[in-house]
Design a protein around this ligand. Structure first.
Ligand code: ADP
Ligand code: MG
Length: 687
């Protein structure tokens, strides 16, 4: 790699600003791809202009004057014989004003707008055209992700300087030619040059959509690198010793016997897959995917019996304290009758209780420890950790997953990892996003659940919704009311929840109303949740803190305000809070009119299906990736060129190419991962 400081004019200060956007070498500069392009190769006649065009024009200055139209501004009129155009500047210097003399020829680039006095450009880029005709560019103009301290002009110039050295740079072709598809540019250099300097005839549309073969060439390589990084990580973990945990039967059968129900076929299948992994001397890395309420926690508890029977420890990590608390309750209910203690390591414990739990972890006398990610942060040492259970993996990234394994690797053995997620993700995506994990799917809900009926209703009908809550509560059921997400300010959601709780309490005098939101002290939150669980509160007003995992079978009504602003995955999670008992449940999605066509369709998906995988599939179709399906939280979040949904068709090829590289070109794997995923990452290391 050649450091950026090797470029003329790049000193320490500029290098620092480049480092802040992840650019350290000249090679990195080349991988800083344009966000979009502008066509300045063609100059439009002023008479051809229409509002909305972003184009280059040339004309002669007719007049330049300072005017006061509300604000002081410089107006300059240019003409070219076919028409005229006003250039409007709100910020300008006296020099600038003086330089715009009548008769001067200007070349401008900007967006054409309609104004009361004809067409104009506000703050166009412009320069004088000298007699020695300044050449128009011979390629489309790239627009880079400029930041403060790194202007567009500066970035263009830097990338230009990097391109000049392109042929001398160390930039190895790492993907063997036969693994590239026929239609794409054969070399990395060619693809990069094309994307920074597209010829005038290039399809702007394909370039802007990042679907040009040059993009696809890079996207393919990037996906391959990410996929390899996960495979390598997985291999490294597998190479470390694990704890073989063969079936010992007794504890597991006692736990099963204590349950008032038997496992669903899907639970049994997932458990069999887990058991087979646990019996091996290599660490398990398994993801259990299943819709909310399918009974993942119980499967995890049954898996835990293996470790406990072997006198090893189990840690369960939840995404929030509330959930850690709830898991602790469930595990205590299951394990304490069997004589196995459950320790909760969450924030609000007293210092003494915390010390005792830590000592128990360290000595091995505490067999089950439950907590948040803090479990793996603040000096918690385990004597013999054999199984780590992670609930709702999508809140943790690949790195956290990795560090959690290392933490438990005491004695040279790495604990088995069982990850549970309710975030459904289509199979091809799963294979890439979770290339380091084996996947079990629980695709069946326990019997006796009545499907949740979903209705979509405008918030003008709030009165009727409040009536529904009243009748549900008077029938002995309970309800949730989830308040809108307001993203402008951190405080607003909590205020909105407080106000909503107050107004609902006023409207429903005979109903006991409670409130939970993320800003409340943990103890108050838990108290409210416990009272709701015990049936003392009938209506629980909440922000989305209840999103994951709360289990109150008597709750049959879920009202979600401003549902149009939430992701479908999140709505589905929230809806999964009801329909957990024998009574018919419903979910009311309230929206604020008017709805966009897309929002209408998305809410219709929720109304039409209760199946999380179907919701995910439709969401994918309607919306594309982004925050979808938790892909943002996976290691694939930081893709530079590729897009998991747009480039999904590449994934099968990526998977087989990864295998070929690992077996036939193992020495190319590390540089490839380093190029795209980063060298500083621990999982980039091979072996
Ligand atoms: P998940 O974590 O997958 O969303 P939970 O583990 O919270 O689901 O299970 C939801 C509820 O279903 C819990 O009350 C649990 O005890 C219950 N449950 C789990 N498995 C079964 C089963 N096989 N039959 C009946 N109820 C079950
Ligand atoms: Mg759960």
């Amino acid at each position: 790699m050649t450091p950026v400081t090797a470029l003329r004019g790049v000193g320490e200060a500029l290098a620092g600003r480049l480092r802040a956007i992840g650019v350290e070498s000249i090679q990195d500069l080349l991988f800083l791809l344009p966000l979009r392009y502008e066509d300045r190769t063609r100059t439009f006649a002023l008479g051809e202009l229409r509002p909305g065009m972003r184009v280059a024009v040339e004309g002669e200055v007719q007049l330049a004057e300072v005017a006061f139209r509300g604000r002081r501004q410089l107006l300059c009129r240019i003409a070219d014989g076919s028409g005229q155009l006003t250039l409007r500047f709100f910020h300008f210097s006296a020099d600038q004003q003086r330089s715009l003399v009548r008769g001067l020829r200007l070349r401008c680039f900007g967006e054409v707008r309609r104004s009361p006095s004809g067409l104009e450009m506000v703050h166009p880029e412009y320069r004088r055209v000298d007699a020695a005709a300044t050449a128009t560019p011979d390629h489309l103009t790239p627009v880079y992700p400029a930041t403060e301290g790194l202007t567009q002009g500066r970035l263009r110039q830097l990338v230009g300087a990097a391109l000049e050295r392109l042929d001398q740079l160390e930039l190895e072709e790492l993907v063997p030619a036969r693994l590239l598809s026929a239609g794409s540019p054969p070399s990395l250099r060619e693809a990069l040059r094309y994307l920074h300097r597209p010829p005038p005839e290039a399809s702007l549309e394909a370039l802007m959509a990042r679907r040009h073969p040059a993009h696809r060439r890079l996207a393919y390589e990037e996906l391959l690198a990410h996929h390899l990084s996960l495979k390598v990580l997985r291999r490294r973990i597998r190479d470390e010793g694990g704890w073989p945990l063969p079936a010992q039967g007794d504890l597991e059968s006692r736990l099963r016997a204590s349950l008032p129900f038997s496992l669903t076929a899907a639970q049994a299948r997932a458990l069999a897959e887990i058991d087979a992994d646990l019996a091996r001397p290599t660490p398990m890395l398994r993801l259990v995917q299943g819709d909310v309420g399918c009974g993942k926690t119980l499967v995890a508890a049954l898996a835990a019996t293996r470790a406990l029977a072997a006198r090893r420890q189990v840690a369960l990590m939840a995404p929030t304290e509330l959930l850690a608390e709830q898991h602790a309750q469930n595990f205590r209910r299951w394990f304490e009758p069997l004589g196995v203690a459950v320790e909760l390591l969450a924030g609000r414990r007293s210092a003494a209780a915390r010390r005792a739990a830590l000592a128990g972890a360290h000595s091995g006398s505490a067999p089950i420890l439950i907590g948040t990610h803090a479990l793996f942060q603040e000096g918690v040492e385990f004597a013999a950790l054999a199984l780590v259970i992670v609930d709702e993996q999508h809140r943790f990234g690949v790195h956290q997953r990795l560090s959690l394994g290392e933490k438990g690797a005491a004695g040279g053995r790495r604990p088995h990892q069982l990850i549970m997620t309710a975030t459904p993700i289509p199979r091809t995506l799963a294979m890439t996003a979770y290339a380091d994990l084996d996947v079990s799917v629980i695709d069946e809900l326990p019997p006796g659940r009545t499907p949740v009926r979903t209705v979509v209703t405008p918030d003008s009908r709030r009165e009727e919704v409040v009536q529904r809550i009243r009748s549900a509560c008077l029938e002995g059921r309970q309800a949730y009311w989830v308040c809108p997400l307001i993203d402008e300010s951190e405080d607003l959601p909590y205020q909105a929840a407080e106000e909503t709780a107050a107004s609902l309490a006023e409207a429903l005098t005979e109903i006991r109303v409670g409130l939970v939101h993320g800003r409340m002290p943990a103890a108050a939150k838990e108290r409210a949740m416990a009272r709701f669980k015990a049936g003392e509160l009938q209506l629980l007003v909440a922000t989305t803190v209840i999103e994951v995992g709360v289990d109150v079978p008597n709750a049959t009504l879920m009202v979600i305000e401003n549902a149009e602003r939430m992701g479908l995955a999140q709505l589905h999670q929230l809806r999964g809070r009801v329909g957990r008992g024998a009574h018919a449940s419903s979910c009311v999605l309230m929206y604020r009119a008017p709805l966009s066509a897309l929002a209408r369709e998305r809410l219709a998906v929720m109304r039409d299906t209760n199946d999380g995988f179907e919701v995910a599939r439709r969401d994918l179709e309607l919306r594309g990736p982004g925050e979808l399906l938790g892909t943002r939280q996976t290691g694939l979040a930081q893709l530079r060129v590729a897009d998991l949904v747009r480039d999904a068709d590449l994934l099968p090829r990526v998977q087989s190419a990864a295998d070929t590289l690992l077996t036939e070109f193992p020495d190319r794997v590390e540089p490839l991962v380093r190029r795209w995923v980063g060298g500083g990452e621990r999982y980039a290391r091979v072996g």
